[in-house]
Design a protein around this ligand. Structure first.
Ligand SMILES: [Fe+2]
Length: 303
């Protein structure tokens, strides 16, 4: 699930989805629904196939080793939209997670409650054939192809559960916007340094044909060393490619984050600077400084 949070209020920016509910599915109190796998049409499976095939051609040498390994061990292939029951059988045995279907974005507390209990809420619908690179809300391709392979990794499995628990606490403390930036710049748009170069582990990148190339190959974005406080002070873009990607050295860095008591950090964040998505600071560990050309060109063309 790609959380598009309103940075001011920490509330979901998009309205709750209506996908699928018109077809008579009933929604439970935790917002889950039946995936309705049997109801997917050949055209919908075809969209999955198109997305799957072009993305699996692109990702070798780009996605991190853990993503590739997770994908390999899952019942995911080009021919059909995966059945969440089969995915969950494999995931449960590996890391104790399961995939549950939801109609679209769900309220924050519902989302965190699922994660805290090792349930990954996935949109059950799939984008239309003419919208392959357009995603109003996270669909089954983003949620399953992007997120589930990494949930096969024990470190990510623990980290995302801890994020769910932390999200429930942050919500009570009114600090959700700061915490959401950590999720955004790791689970969704994180890069990882491997011995053979920088690789993708974030689902928002791994499920995007265009951003898989942009994040690694473009001269435009910054690639900076991940630093927790720096990230929590940094706004992000929900409408376009990121201006900055944060790079971790090892997935174990995330495990350390899962054990940090955020309360003192939240207090510290009440004062001090906030950073814009494209800022580079003297204190940053710069992996590659971007020239900002992509967003500058877009800003120019919008004048
Ligand atoms: Fe996501």
């Amino acid at each position: 699930m790609q959380r598009q949070l309103n940075e001011q209020s920490g509330e979901a920016a998009a309205a709750h989805a209506s996908h699928g509910l018109a077809t008579g599915e009933s929604q439970r109190a935790d917002w889950t629904i039946d995936q309705g796998w049997e109801r997917y049409t050949p055209e919908q499976h075809g969209v999955w196939k198109t997305l799957f095939e072009r993305q699996t051609k692109l990702l070798p040498g780009r996605a991190c080793d853990e993503f590739v390994a997770g994908m390999h061990d899952l019942p995911i292939g080009p021919e059909q939209i995966p059945d969440f029951r089969r995915l969950s059988d494999v995931l449960m045995k590996r890391t104790g997670w399961q995939v549950v279907a939801v109609p679209g974005l769900v309220p924050d507390d519902v989302f965190f409650e699922h994660l805290a209990n090792r349930r990954f809420p996935s949109g059950h619908f799939i984008r239309k054939p003419h919208e392959l690179d357009y995603l109003e809300e996270p669909d089954v391709f983003h949620d399953v192809f992007g997120h589930v392979p990494m949930l096969m990794n024990p470190v990510i499995a623990d980290y995302i559960q801890a994020y769910g628990q932390g999200g429930l606490r942050a919500q009570r403390l009114g600090k959700l916007a700061h915490l959401a930036r950590v999720y955004w710049y790791t689970v969704e748009f994180g890069l990882l340094k491997q011995k053979d170069g920088v690789r993708i582990y974030g689902a928002g990148i791994a499920s995007s044909y265009t951003e898989s190339v942009f994040s690694l190959d473009s001269a435009s974005p910054n690639r900076l060393r991940f630093d927790l406080e720096r990230v929590m002070r940094t706004h992000y873009r929900i409408d376009d490619f990121q201006e900055t990607y944060f790079v971790i050295d090892d997935l174990d860095e995330l495990l350390q984050l899962a054990h940090i008591d955020f309360a003192p950090l939240y207090a510290k964040l009440d004062s001090g600077p906030e950073y814009q998505p494209g800022d580079v600071l003297g204190s940053d560990g710069v992996v590659a400084r971007g020239d900002g050309s992509y967003h500058a060109a877009k800003a120019g063309s919008n004048k």
